[in-house]
Design a protein around this ligand. Sequence first.
Ligand code: WT7
Length: 645
Amino acid sequence: MSDVPRYPVPEDFKKKTLIDNERYKSMYDASINNPDEFWSEQARQFLTWQKPWTQVTRSDLRKGKVEWFIDGKLNVSVNCIDRHLPARANQVAIIWEGDNPAEDKHITYAELHREVNKLANALRARGVKKGDRVCIYMPMIPEATYAMLACTRIGAVHSIVFGGFSPDALKDRIQNAGCEVLITADEGLRGGKRVPLKKNADAALAHCPEVHTNIVVRRTGGDVVWNDAKDVWYHELVAQQAEFCEPEIVDAEDPLFILYTSGSTGKPKGVLHTTGGYLLQAAMTHKYVFDYQEGDVYWCTADVGWVTGHSYIVYGPLANGATTLMFEGVPTWPDASRCWQVVDKHKVNIFYTAPTAIRALMGAGDDWVTKTSRASLRVLGTVGEPINPEAWQWFYRVVGDNRCPIVDTWWQTETGAHMLAPLPGAIDLKPGSATVPFFGVEPVLVDAEGNEVQGAGEGNLCIKRAWPSQIRSVYGDHQRCIDTYYSTYPGYYFTGDGARRDEDGYYWITGRVDDVLNVSGHRMGTAEVESALVLHESVAEAAVVGYPHDIKGQGIYAYVTLMDGTEPDDNLKKELVALCVREIGAIAKPDVIQWAPGLPKTRSGKIMRRILRKIAANELDSLGDTTTLADPAVVDDLIANRHGR
Ligand code: WT7
């Protein structure tokens, strides 16, 4: 791949970076050769411990067992707030930028302390104790961060459900995690539109009798139906609380949060993260991967409903005493200049977003960008899916004015924090590559037989040794954790991604190798969408695959077989789309529905998705072997009627 352009670290950048190439190499070597020493030093440097650990790690990937900082004790809210006082009391912790460009707020560390402590007291007053699960279903407002940190203050475990999920998806997650308290808002506000969060929550709670308290933030003042038995206004509840709450000191391995994510089969899994290792790696990566330096204003455009928001809006930045920008709106509203307006308004130095947003903004044209200054920008970042080199180069040239390194960060809900990423002052960039491993991360490529690929080559991406922010379990189903991540290749954590390694040791993620879709950086199981589709009385069977989509990366392509005697029409298509939105959320809307009189199946009845993927992608010359099909003729029909033919 000698034709791949290479972007060396700009000389100016090198002069004031935290970690240069030599330092990266020596620290990486230390992290692999003397891991206990390395991690002890980092854990002491980045976090404040109530009691030190007695052993750095006790992990065994063969058994899916991961433990870090054994016997260590700490509190996350103390690490993210208290210890920064009084020095940072008047420093802004959170810049909140509203959906409406005229609305913003600056919250200092002192204010953050007060708000979090009051809410923590309120939760305690409502009977929440250490280990209890609290569900958070919120728009992007400061109270979402207060809610997360208030949980950590008292040792409660939060489970955030993205505000775009449906009542049904919310209900499933509340029930699975056994939450008894919900924190939500009357309505959310995104791109000028209202999102009926309380109404959705009411619909979910109708099936969750265990939830005794629903704390509601008044965001828009929109009408809500009130249930005196459990609903309580956030502002009324916290108004009565004292401004200090004694923190619950927890064990490094006590649970911090649950976050649901999709797999190739079944309902979404509750990924469980614990306290010490997670916070350490979130903080370390936030500092080193973004080259975060004192005084920087840092903006991650994610939603706190995803892991990116957990690690890189809240925990990483606040643990480092940083100023983190929280954005309620969307990049394209009121117009495609919004992000750059916000960058100029708040003098943002570090900007972290998703390839899908970059592609959408690129499509809107350069003028929206070039009419702004963006002089404050120093580092750019991407996450969520592979970035195509065209979008990368546009981001670099037009947004970053050829001045700002782009950190392409590969990681997962399960990894908790960055795993592959260039440290911007240390690593030359190649557009489309997440480059090299972070400290302590030992990636390997494994072939179909389970053998490690040496040197340049391609394979299934696995991780060979435990890392601090690693998934600890699937909530309520540890066996599922073992089956999903540790049994495919014994002794390794299996990521579900395919990757290529080039001659320079750079990694190139080629995408999921399982039945998981990545739509606009959102992860979704094909099985989830299929289960929604077959709920319709006219649907006999459905098979869902991803296909290349210009903006979303992957679009959702659904092949639907109708019941005998049902006439296919556009109205039915609309009903099916609406069904997916109702069951899962707007992110699960199929982009294409193709009526399929039959699906390609093996003689044992297994749907051959490989063929369906090829047809959806219009790659007909590489359909592969179809002779094992029970009825090869169905393929001809699917090809003849494929989308965009
Ligand atoms: C999957 C994880 C991690 C935060 C957001 C998504 C894909 C993620 C990259 C990247 C190529 C990427 C992978 C991964 N992915 N980042 N930089 N380059 N692919 O978290 O929902 O847990 O999804 O997203 O396929 O497995 P997630």
